[in-house]
Design a protein around this ligand. Structure first.
Ligand SMILES: Cc1ncc(COP(=O)(O)O)c(C=O)c1O
Length: 430
């Protein structure tokens, strides 16, 4: 990109990080389907391995297709650097692996994707990382959850499956007081609707599998380093960032890489040693998806408002939880934090409860019944019998996934067709 003015979001979505391929002139970023890259000479190889020079060595650690994806997401989020990985869960794993030592705590909002609740409660326990839960609708509960071992705070910007917008600035203020980084999973909002860095986030994560890729064809994740957290000045010693690194000749990553140190640590320690690399083909597909992100998000949000308004009036529906509806108690916050729209994933309750939920999802024809969100196609799931099945009743209700709850991810089809499909299925359960 050329010019003196900072490009707007839609321009960045198409161009950021990409130039015509230097070797062939190919206009679209190619899929560099190779495991490894030839060194110019022995000094070049030594410099790459010693982090004296950046460059491609081996696709587990870095690949040019992945590199364009990283630069594009970093630009869209306003971050200083990014690291693309195999999945959203891998992004969370590498983030915490970089921040925590055995015995450390972190605080997480209860209102999270069910898979994250499982990862934090069970997967992370094996590393002796302890999650302390707080209520994202009541920021003071984060302050109450702080312990001398708290090393980070984790929230979603728009919570899955509840469809509520979270008060990022209020929770960021608590993270700042505590001197720990705020991590925001921005999967449901995407940077088109919300840029968490502007509200105080230090690290932004995505499951690229959802709206960013947008077409339901590839799994991916990304870690964005906002470049805002002062690792050297922090009262706690984040060892991976501030201790001399024995595997890089005693280099201190925070000194050597400043505002990009966190993303770099996740790459050269986490990805190098744990290995969840994104495949070049997936990076390519997601990159292509991001080019239409602004157009898709506009349509997703417009359709979601129409569908939610229809459901709110239907006699078989007990309640609709969508911050995009003016009747929502969360609407004022959404207007402030996500002014372009409150996303396209939300929940509603069926008066008939658990059995009605199961019958309803089986009666829809245009909506696909599956465990995903953020596709151009409209999707539906009954969380209590599927994604949130492993949780206890109390955890399900706390996560917004009680027995009567149905989650919708509204696609970009014609809203009238979506409403007609929902109406027929509601008639079956009414
Ligand atoms: C909000 C959110 N974060 C993280 C994830 C995990 O992402 P992935 O499935 O790409 O590992 C999901 C998956 O549904 C999600 O909805």
């Amino acid at each position: 990109m050329t010019g003196t003015k900072a490009p707007h979001f839609s321009t960045l979505a198409v161009h950021a990080g990409a130039v015509p391929d230097p070797a062939t002139g190919a206009r679209v970023t190619p899929i560099y389907q190779t495991t490894s890259f030839v060194f110019r000479d022995a000094d070049h190889a030594a410099n790459l391995f010693g982090l004296q020079e950046f460059g491609n060595i081996y696709t587990r650690i870095m690949n040019p297709t992945q590199g364009v994806l990283e630069a594009r997401v970093a630009a869209l989020e306003g971050g200083s650097a990014a690291l693309a990985v195999a999945s959203g869960h891998a992004a969370q794993f590498l983030t915490f692996h970089t921040l925590l030592e055995p015995g450390d705590d972190f605080i997480a909002a209860r209102q999270l994707y069910g898979g994250s609740v499982n990862q934090f409660n069970h997967g992370f326990a094996k590393f002796d990382w302890r999650v302390v839960w707080a209520d994202a609708t009541n920021p003071d509960t984060f302050r109450a959850a702080l312990t001398p071992k708290t090393r980070a705070i984790f929230i979603e910007s728009i919570a899955n499956p509840g469809g509520i917008v979270i008060d990022i600035p209020a929770i960021a203020a608590i993270a700042k007081e505590a001197g720990v980084p705020l991590i925001v999973d921005n999967t449901l909002a995407t940077p088109y609707l919300c840029r968490p860095k502007e509200f105080g986030a230090d690290i932004v994560l995505h499951s690229l599998t959802k709206f960013m890729g947008g077409q339901g064809n590839s799994i991916g994740g990304v870690i964005v380093d906002c470049g805002t957290f002062d690792w050297k000045g922090a009262t706690h010693r984040y060892k991976t960032l501030v201790d001399p690194n024995p595997s890089y000749n005693g280099m201190v990553l925070a000194d050597a890489f400043g505002p990009m140190a966190f993303a770099l640590a996740c790459r050269v320690m986490g990805l190098r040693d744990l290995g969840p690399a994104i495949a070049p083909l997936n990076a390519f597909l997601i990159l292509n998806g991001i080019e239409t992100l602004p157009l898709r998000m506009e349509k997703h949000c417009e359709n979601a408002v129409r569908v939610a308004a229809f459901l709110e009036r239907h006699k078989a529906v007990a309640w609709v939880n969508y911050a995009g509806l003016p009747s929502s108690p969360n609407h004022a916050l959404a207007t402030r934090l996500t002014p372009r729209g409150a996303g396209a994933v939300f929940t509603f309750g069926l008066k008939g409860g658990y059995e009605a939920g199961k019958k309803f999802v089986s009666s829809l024809k245009l909506f696909s019944h599956l465990a995903n969100i953020g596709d151009v196609r409209s999707l539906v799931i009954h969380p209590a019998s599927t994604t949130h099945r492993q949780l206890t009743d109390a955890q399900r209700i706390a996560a917004g996934a009680g027995p009567d709850v149905v989650r919708l991810s509204i696609g970009i089809e014609d809203a009238a067709d979506l409403i007609a499909d929902l109406e027929e299925a509601l008639d079956v359960v009414a």
